[in-house]
Design a protein around this ligand. Structure first.
Ligand SMILES: *[C@@H]1O[C@H](CO)[C@@H](O)[C@H](O)[C@H]1NC(C)=O
Length: 319
């Protein structure tokens, strides 16, 4: 069953109280404690009992033979070897909503390997595409993974952020989610907002809000840039490299030509409503903690690359 916004609210309400008690003691511990608490207080909604099959929502983009599912069809595996990687995409497109998936990344020596989980307006790297990316950059055994996020509008990206994580993403499944409406795009890791990308309410060249997007995931070799800037190469003796997926959930406006009723901002859907236009107080505290502790790179702070910072960098994530 999909998790509704009111349930998230309930969960965050608990979270907030605890936040005040423990935050300054140990942010890590607090976060784990909160995670446990959310798991308990939201267990009815957290347990995804929607037993949809892969084919209901997705199709394979390339190399069918590098895709596998568990016996019950609920876990999917993408593998990369010397030959090729693999990718899948949703059959439907969406404009605005909440998009979530649990991933467990390639363990051991995964240097050079990138697992991407993203939304894009088209099935290819077209010059006019809009795109929202999570990219997981592999590493040598024992060295930390990084998450890179990016936002494209009309074919232009260059809006990278990089974060380290507060857990080992290869050990277990964690949820990676995107909230997208006309006011903000928020990247979540296990319900912690790690990145907030705001709209300014005007016509602009940075906030993708016009075109519906598919959701994709893929695994590929990126050892020319991914790990320590390309210094660490993929060790093919360790292949195949496998990423695992489960519990895809979407609550969004499914696109229908020419225009589905749900995109006219009726504020009928929780992801379009006022509460979803900005972070809640509890989310702001988590976000502040992430900002202080986990940001490795932020293009909005890179004055060497951008002597004049892009316009969107002046928008406050706290608003
Ligand atoms: C990989 O590990 C090295 C050494 O700890 C670290 O500097 C680097 O940021 C890590 N991640 C990537 C993607 O290079």
């Amino acid at each position: 069953m999909p998790i509704t916004f009111s349930e998230i609210h309930v969960c965050l309400h608990h979270h907030k109280t605890i936040d005040k008690m423990e935050r300054w003691v140990s942010p890590m511990g607090t976060l784990f404690f909160i995670a446990a608490l959310i798991a308990v207080s939201c267990s009815s909604s957290g347990a995804a009992d929607s037993k949809t099959s892969f084919e209901d929502n997705f199709s394979i983009m390339w190399s069918e033979n590098h895709f596998k599912t568990s016996e019950d069809g609920q876990i999917w595996y993408l593998s990369l070897d010397n030959d090729t990687g693999c990718g899948f995409q949703t059959k439907q497109r969406y404009r605005f909503g909440w998009f979530s998936m649990k991933l467990k990344l390639v363990g051991g020596d995964s240097a050079g390997v990138v697992t991407a989980y993203y939304m894009c307006t088209e099935n290819g790297a077209g010059p006019e595409r809009d795109e929202l990316d999570f990219e997981f950059l592999g590493n040598r055994t024992g060295q930390p993974y990084l998450i890179q996020t990016n936002v494209y509008k009309n074919g232009t990206g260059n809006r990278e952020m990089r974060h380290s994580l507060w857990f080992d993403p290869t050990e277990d499944f964690h949820s990676y989610s995107i909230l997208w409406n006309d006011h903000q795009i928020v990247f979540f890791v296990d319900r912690v907002p790690i990145r907030v990308f705001k709209n300014n309410g005007e016509a602009n060249n940075f906030f993708p809000n016009e075109k519906p997007m598919y959701l994709f995931s893929s695994i590929w070799n990126a050892d020319d840039w991914a790990t320590r800037g390309g210094l660490e190469k993929t060790d093919w003796k360790k292949a195949p490299f496998v990423s695992s997926y489960k519990e895809f959930s979407v609550e969004g406006c499914q696109w229908e030509d020419p225009y589905p009723a749900c995109v006219s901002t009726t504020t009928k859907n929780w992801w379009d409503q006022y509460d979803a236009w900005h972070l809640s107080e509890a989310q702001k505290m988590d976000y502040a903690w992430v900002q202080r502790n986990l940001v490795i790179y932020d293009y909005c702070k890179d004055n060497e690359r951008f002597p004049t910072l892009p316009n969107e960098c002046s928008l406050s994530p706290w608003a």
